[in-house]
Design a protein around this ligand. Structure first.
Ligand code: HEM
Length: 510
């Protein structure tokens, strides 16, 4: 009897305790939800009264979500809508609501300067909003990290990207464009069309993979199309179909396997290099990985460093190839369309590269004379804005263009909007490389030219990208005459970033 009583008492105690715990969990959830609602309401009120006008096409409850969804896969596409909303409201921000997220769109140099430089500490990358589908690649790499992790890695990698590696890029890009030229030679004069967007995608991957990891083109062509590119395709699909991440389909399993295989491939490469470093073996031709590892202390090396380096390498592969490929393909497209500008670019390429002794590589100083070609590349980055928007999140209240921006607001910076503003760029929609001749047009600090953004978080690969691209462009246009082979060549992709051609870019070569 006494035993039964003890059992019953224990059972009652367990039930009471369980109810208490459940209560505590429920209360914690309710508190969290209430806080969220309070923050949401605060943002709503401050934004409504704070001076920023609401962008057109708002509907109650869903805000601008419907307009944005309708724009997917059409013209004007999502990026065009942001540009219109931002420029219509400029110099003030435009208020936009995506699902329940409060956003403002800005397309004004002064406001961008505040977000990216003068009040930088108040704005963090909005990783959850912009980069979530790509986190398996980017992880805590440079593009997505913040605070001390970012600062330490940025310093480490910037010093690895110094002048010497840029000299190597000339050789690497020359080898890559010579391989592409051999391919083009086979179809010269035969009327057979080549898809140049894909060719540039492979070329820029080979260049970045050789620069970072010394991969040969064969290694690159094996690993990248089998592992890296399908991973990227799946990540891109997940940005528009987020449920793909949770559905355990065959594609989902294959994606997981590929991510694991790519990580293993990269970590194995890092380990081999580290072993060489520990044994005192030095690479006479150090690549970016060697240079970064050289700054790692012996006692610092471990699985954390390996994981971080793996993210940095994947970040570089991602950040460094599609953007450069898009810049190249749109530049060739525009030059083919504008015969007089092509003539000017070819004449310059002949003059500069023709003066290089046969068998020698051009130096960086010699390549600096490709002013027209570089201006054409810069103008492409303005006109096509291959990265059309970047986003940030306000971590404290701020004022932008006289409008109150509450903490927690997503700031969508429409680079395309700024690049297409007639008051900043007269004849904005026409391709005019002359805007950038003699170092004009991209003055740092005026925040009107932002393909690589400006401020402390600007693109770390911009010099590498422009150097690689000028070698490729000048070599190709002096050797081949390109002719457009598809009426769809000028159509821009409406979904993915960077902005690439919608149906490829087809040319015949003579
Ligand atoms: C035409 C080519 C390129 C364009 C238009 C471009 C554009 C950009 C833009 C707009 C950002 C800022 C992203 C943001 O703030 O959310 C960025 C950041 C970055 N880019 Fe590029 N990029 C190009 C090429 C490259 C290349 C070749 C590399 C590497 C070799 C590279 C590495 C990076 C890195 C590491 C960051 C992050 C910097 C940081 O947050 O500290 N990019 N790029």
């Amino acid at each position: 009897m006494a035993l039964d009583l003890a059992r019953v008492t224990l059972a009652v105690l367990v039930v009471v305790l369980a109810l208490r715990v459940a209560d505590a969990v429920v209360i914690a959830r309710v508190v969290r939800a209430t806080k969220k609602i309070a923050h949401w309401a605060r943002r709503e009120i401050i934004l409504a009264l704070g001076g920023a006008a609401r962008a057109e096409r708002f509907v109650p409850v869903l805000g601008h979500t419907v307009a944005l969804f309708k724009a997917v896969g059409r013209y004007p596409c999502t990026w065009d809508l942001f540009a219109t909303w931002g420029t219509t409201a400029a110099p003030r921000p435009a208020r936009v609501q995506i699902f329940q997220r409060h956003c403002v769109v800005v397309a004004d140099p002064e406001l961008v300067k505040r977000v990216m430089q003068t009040n930088l500490k108040n704005y963090k990358k909005d990783t959850e909003f912009s980069y979530e589908p790509f986190l398996e690649i980017l992880g805590t790499g440079l593009v997505t990290s913040e605070g001390e992790t970012w600062r330490a890695q940025r310093q480490r990698i910037s010093s690895a990207l110094r002048i010497e590696i840029l000299d190597d890029i000339i050789a690497i890009a020359t080898r890559a464009v010579n391989r592409l030229s051999d391919k083009l030679e086979k179809v010269r004069g035969k009327g057979e069309a080549v898809e140049l967007a894909e060719e540039f995608r492979l070329l820029t991957l080979q260049v970045i993979a050789e620069a970072i990891l010394s991969l040969t083109p064969e290694q690159s062509d094996e690993v990248m199309p089998n592992l890296y590119l399908p991973i990227m395709d799946e990540c891109n699909r997940r940005s528009l179909e987020p449920w793909r991440k949770f559905l355990p389909t065959r594609e989902w399993r294959e994606h997981r396997k590929r991510v694991a295989a790519l990580n293993k491939y990269i970590v194995d490469l890092i380990r081999v290099r580290w072993k060489k470093r520990v044994s005192g073996e030095t690479n006479p031709n150090p690549d970016i990985l060697d240079r970064v590892l050289a700054s790692v202390e012996m006692e610092e090396y471990g699985s954390d460093v390996e994981e971080q380096m793996c993210f940095e390498i994947k970040t570089f592969l991602l950040a460094g190839h599609e953007t450069s490929a898009a810049m190249l393909v749109w530049t060739i497209y525009e030059l083919v369309k504008n015969e007089d500008k092509m003539t000017e670019a070819v004449a310059e390429a002949n003059k500069v590269l023709g003066a290089v002794k046969p068998g020698n590589l051009p130096t960086r100083d010699e390549l600096a004379h490709l002013d027209y070609c570089v201006s054409a590349l810069k103008e492409t980055l303005r006109l096509y804005s291959v990265v059309p928007v970047v986003t940030r999140r306000a971590v404290e209240d701020d004022v932008l263009g006289g409008c109150k921006i509450p903490k927690g607001t997503t700031v969508i910076i429409s680079l395309q909007g700024i690049h297409h503003r007639e008051d900043l760029w007269p004849n904005a929609m026409s391709f005019e490389p002359e805007r950038f001749l003699n170092g004009k047009g991209d003055e740092i600090g005026n925040y009107a030219y932002l393909p690589f953004i400006q401020g402390p978080r600007n693109c770390l690969g911009q010099y590498l990208a422009l150097l690689e691209a000028r070698v490729v462009l000048a070599t190709l246009i002096r050797r081949f005459k390109f002719k457009s082979a598809s009426a769809n060549n000028g159509k821009k992709h409406t979904k993915a970033i960077p902005i690439a051609p919608a149906d490829g870019m087809w040319f015949t070569v003579e």
